[in-house]
Design a protein around this ligand. Structure first.
Ligand SMILES: [Fe+2]
Length: 349
């Protein structure tokens, strides 16, 4: 492996976003998508206008906007600004003025467009929703050495895995370096882990918010090299591991399409479970993910399937390249595709 070097290390950000707020989707069938989101653990928010809005149990006024449309599409996502002035600073750099926000919670919004054509909002001054605790987390575990749970079972209810909110987005792009540069420069994302091929081509990166001494999720954004811009998944945090497990039972009972899991990721360490929504987009439930402060150093890893999950089943076939790179493919593309086709575990062959 080539000596690791973070090529995004010396980018000076214009502002530093603080958190992920929401995703915006167009849907042909809003009713069936709404049913999916409620079974997945979101709650509908009442609001005037054509869009439907859904929240988690955290304090975001909404986490998902569904716009009725003649197509199914991922439009983009919204970020929470650490300071209201950041909208003006970033807006001035792009020649775009912040607007009053007419979505739930109000406040102001600055809308930019990323190198892939996605609408990326920076919001501030919205009225937070009243956060609630849907049930207490199950965090009393018996171990061989310590058994604090006596005369009591673990019996989580069969119900939707209530989610706190949208916690990370994974984008695929043919413009990998340009896209990473754009998000880092505009919003101050920090690289948590970068995955590279044998010759040092970085093809996948996990990025967190720079919140200084305050811990941030291992990644709020992951960017993967790929043939065309696409949303790879939208991730949500559930109450605990048992909610992920019972949430799977609930979604199975409701007839939705399971995709991948349950397993544990390597980078980020989350217990994960992936589902397809009615339009075919992927949604993740997770619990027990890593958090890091701004001073945690970047990690470098070999890019292959084995590096994406510690235990559980292998990636579904549709998450891998469809086959070896075509004859005319440029060497970087060939190398990246070949890396993802390597069998991840000898005992799974
Ligand atoms: Fe994820």
């Amino acid at each position: 492996m080539v000596e690791p070097l973070n090529p995004f290390d010396d980018i000076v950000p214009t502002v530093k976003a603080d958190a992920l707020a929401y995703v915006v989707l167009e849907r042909q069938n809003v009713e069936i998508m709404s049913r999916f989101l409620e079974d997945f653990g979101f709650t509908k928010v009442s609001h005037e206008g054509p869009s439907s809005f859904f929240r988690g149990f955290g304090d975001r006024p909404y986490c998902v906007e569904l716009i009725p449309s003649t197509r199914d599409a991922f439009l983009g996502f919204g970020l929470v600004a650490a300071d209201g002035g950041d909208l003006d600073i970033l807006g001035a750099e792009h020649g775009v003025a912040p607007m009053d926000n007419d979505k739930p919670g109000g406040g102001r919004v600055l809308r930019l467009v990323d190198p892939n054509g996605y609408q990326i909002d920076l919001v501030h001054g919205f009225e937070p929703a009243k956060a609630f605790v849907p049930r207490e987390a199950i965090n009393v575990n018996n171990t061989p050495w310590d058994k604090p749970r006596v005369n009591a079972g673990v019996r989580p209810p069969l119900e939707p895995a209530m989610v706190e909110g949208v916690r990370h987005i994974v984008l695929q792009t043919p413009f990998f370096e340009e896209t990473v540069h754009w998000y880092t420069k505009n919003f101050g994302y920090l690289a948590s882990d970068l995955l590279q091929t044998q010759s040092g081509i970085i093809g996948l990166g996990f990025f967190r918010f720079d919140r200084g001494d305050k811990p941030a999720d291992h990644h709020a954004l992951a960017i993967s090299f790929g043939p065309a811009p696409a949303i790879l998944h939208i991730s949500t945090e559930a109450i605990d591991i048992d909610a992920v497990g019972q949430g799977q039972q609930y979604l199975r009972a409701r007839g939705w399409e399971h995709f991948w899991g349950i397993g544990r990721h390597v980078l980020g360490s989350q217990i994960f479970d992936y589902w397809k929504d009615p339009a075919g987009d992927e949604w993740e439930h997770y619990a027990d993910g890593d958090v890091m402060t701004a001073d945690c150093p970047v990690g470098f890893h070999a890019l292959d399937r084995a590096g994406l999950w510690a235990w559980g089943d292998d990636l579904p076939a549709s998450m891998r390249p469809p086959g070896p790179a075509p004859d005319g493919a440029p060497p970087p593309v060939r190398e990246l595709m070949d890396a993802m086709l390597l069998p991840p575990r000898p005992w799974l062959d």
